[in-house]
Design a protein around this ligand. Structure first.
Ligand SMILES: *[C@@H]1O[C@H](CO)[C@@H](O)[C@H](O)[C@H]1NC(C)=O
Ligand SMILES: *[C@@H]1O[C@H](CO)[C@@H](O)[C@H](O)[C@H]1NC(C)=O
Ligand SMILES: *[C@@H]1O[C@H](CO)[C@@H](O)[C@H](O)[C@H]1NC(C)=O
Ligand SMILES: *[C@@H]1O[C@H](CO)[C@@H](O)[C@H](O)[C@H]1NC(C)=O
Ligand SMILES: *[C@@H]1O[C@H](CO)[C@@H](O)[C@H](O)[C@H]1NC(C)=O
Ligand SMILES: *[C@@H]1O[C@H](CO)[C@@H](O)[C@H](O)[C@H]1NC(C)=O
Ligand SMILES: *[C@@H]1O[C@H](CO)[C@@H](O)[C@H](O)[C@H]1NC(C)=O
Length: 419
């Protein structure tokens, strides 16, 4: 008991000593602090060291203790094993060999980032252990059959690599343990699979591909889905009513497709929806009022569609959102008795029958930036120069008023000087 402060002091001293000795440039011998402990960690398996060398990985110092981010090792004896390896910014000469991969079969997490190696088949022991596979702008090209072999992964992330496959189902149907599947910017063709997904799947990102067809009704059985990004594909059709069954959904992005029809009423049964992007489609009908009552919503983008009628949102709802976009809906308008024209919406005012009065001003990309700036009328914004009559009148009045004010001030000034 009475030794505790002493021990703490000793630990502090040792700590400061070891950090200092690491920084000291001239330290040819091992710092003594690491040798006296009998349980000093073992070193990396020599066969894995050679494999890492063949991948151009620096191995001068013990890789397990010197590259905390790019590599992680377990603590097994007599030798440690690599369990996580990130190959980043590889030089062009690097190549994957079956021997190297066989030696590295203990890997659970393997990432290639900007690493243009050629594809080789993975040894079965590696395939069995691998839980997470990432290829970002790496491996020149991938194919569906190769990816479908990675049956034990929970996380598959492929971006900026072309994937050759007749459809995502070839891959998704085999990854029965997947929690997260990202295949984005891969030029993937085919249709969105309905059934066949891992029941545990929580994140799907198939954005920026060439997928066609609609969202199958059976897709909405994925009750653990938290995030769905299908943006920038060639998807069509109406959203299935059963989309409301995705009750865990927080993030839904369907932008830049050719979806049509109305926003399904069932969306209001998704309690934690925070991010909803339906922009750049052909959705139509009126915008349902319930969207403006969704408590969790932070990002709402409905711009560039064919919505019509009176926009149902209150000013306080719009203020509460981090991002709100609704411009470029030619048949949509806002009620100017309830919404100030200071809020730039990129849509026209309604007449008393609920139809747009003037042609809608063009929406700017930076709408949400200057939501509450002090420019007097949205009609003075430079973007709306297309519509003539009312603009010129407002401008004329403004100029006239300010010159009168100026003149008065000038006159007062003059009269004071004269006396
Ligand atoms: C890889 O290269 C990119 C751009 O060349 C650079 O920004 C990044 O820091 C590099 N990463 C590593 C881990 O070397
Ligand atoms: C997946 O892992 C299990 C053990 O967790 C193993 O029995 C099975 O063979 C592995 N699957 C493949 C395709 O390697
Ligand atoms: C997808 O295809 C387009 C057009 O052929 C090409 O420009 C682009 O580089 C491809 N993307 C990938 C990730 O290969
Ligand atoms: C689903 O996830 C749970 C907990 O994350 C896990 O216990 C279960 O084994 C997983 N099921 C499948 C089929 O992977
Ligand atoms: C939702 O997805 C979009 C697009 O993939 C992403 O930019 C955004 O950060 C995500 N938001 C959340 C809350 O996950
Ligand atoms: C929406 O568009 C579809 C065709 O895509 C059309 O059949 C339907 O009548 C439209 N609905 C409304 C309310 O305009
Ligand atoms: C605009 O709002 C006012 C006040 O709530 C209401 O009386 C009027 O009918 C609304 N106009 C339209 C076109 O909805």
């Amino acid at each position: 008991m009475e030794y505790t402060p002493f021990i703490i002091l000793l630990i502090l001293l040792l700590n400061s000593y070891s950090t200092h000795s690491q920084k000291a440039p001239i330290a040819p011998t091992q710092p003594p602090s690491s040798s006296p402990t009998p349980s000093s960690p073992s070193t990396l398996d020599p066969k894995q060291v050679r494999a890492l060398q063949s991948l151009d990985f620096p191995t001068k110092k013990d890789p397990c203790s010197n590259l905390p981010k790019a590599i992680r090792c377990d603590n097994s004896k007599p030798f440690r094993n690599v369990i996580s390896l990130h190959l980043i910014n590889c030089s062009d000469g690097v190549s994957l060999s079956s021997t190297a991969l066989k030696s590295l079969s203990t890997l659970r997490d393997l990432q290639f980032i900007n690493c243009p190696v050629s594809l080789v088949s993975f040894p079965s022991e590696l395939v069995s252990n691998l839980k997470s596979f990432t290829s970002i702008n790496s491996m020149k090209k991938l194919n569906g059959v190769w990816l479908s072999h990675l049956e034990n992964v929970t996380d598959l992330i492929v971006t900026d690599v072309p994937i050759k496959a007749s459809g995502p189902v070839i891959i998704t149907a085999h990854l029965k343990k997947a929690n997260k599947i990202v295949m984005s910017h891969t030029n993937l063709t085919g249709e969105l699979p309905g059934k066949s997904w891992s029941t545990n799947i929580s994140h799907i990102d198939l954005s920026n591909n060439l997928l066609k067809g609609d969202i199958p009704t059976s897709f909405t059985d994925l009750e653990n889905l938290v995030s769905l990004d299908l943006s920038s594909n060639k998807l069509t059709g109406e959203l299935p009513t059963s989309i409301g069954d995705l009750i865990e959904l927080k993030n839904l992005s369907l932008s830049s497709n050719s979806f049509s029809g109305p926003i399904p009423k069932s969306l209001d049964s998704i309690p934690s929806l925070a991010f909803l992007d339906l922009s750049s489609n052909q959705f139509n009908g009126s915008i349902p009022k319930f969207l403006g009552e969704m408590k969790s919503l932070k990002y709402l983008n409905l711009e560039k569609n064919n919505f019509q009628g009176v926009m149902p949102f209150s000013a306080s709802f719009i203020k509460k959102l981090e991002v709100f976009k609704i411009g470029d809906n030619i048949n949509l308008c806002y009620n100017h008795t309830t919404i100030s024209s200071k809020i730039k919406l990129g849509i026209a005012k309604c007449d008393k029958n609920g139809f747009p009065i003037t042609p809608a001003p063009k929406s700017d990309a930076e709408d949400e930036e200057d939501e509450d700036d002090s420019s007097s009328e949205d009609s003075t914004s430079p973007k709306s120069g297309g519509s003539h009559g009312p603009n010129k009148v407002v401008l004329g009045v403004a100029i006239a008023l300010s010159s009168i004010v100026f003149l008065i001030i000038f006159l007062i000034c003059l009269s004071k000087k004269c006396t």
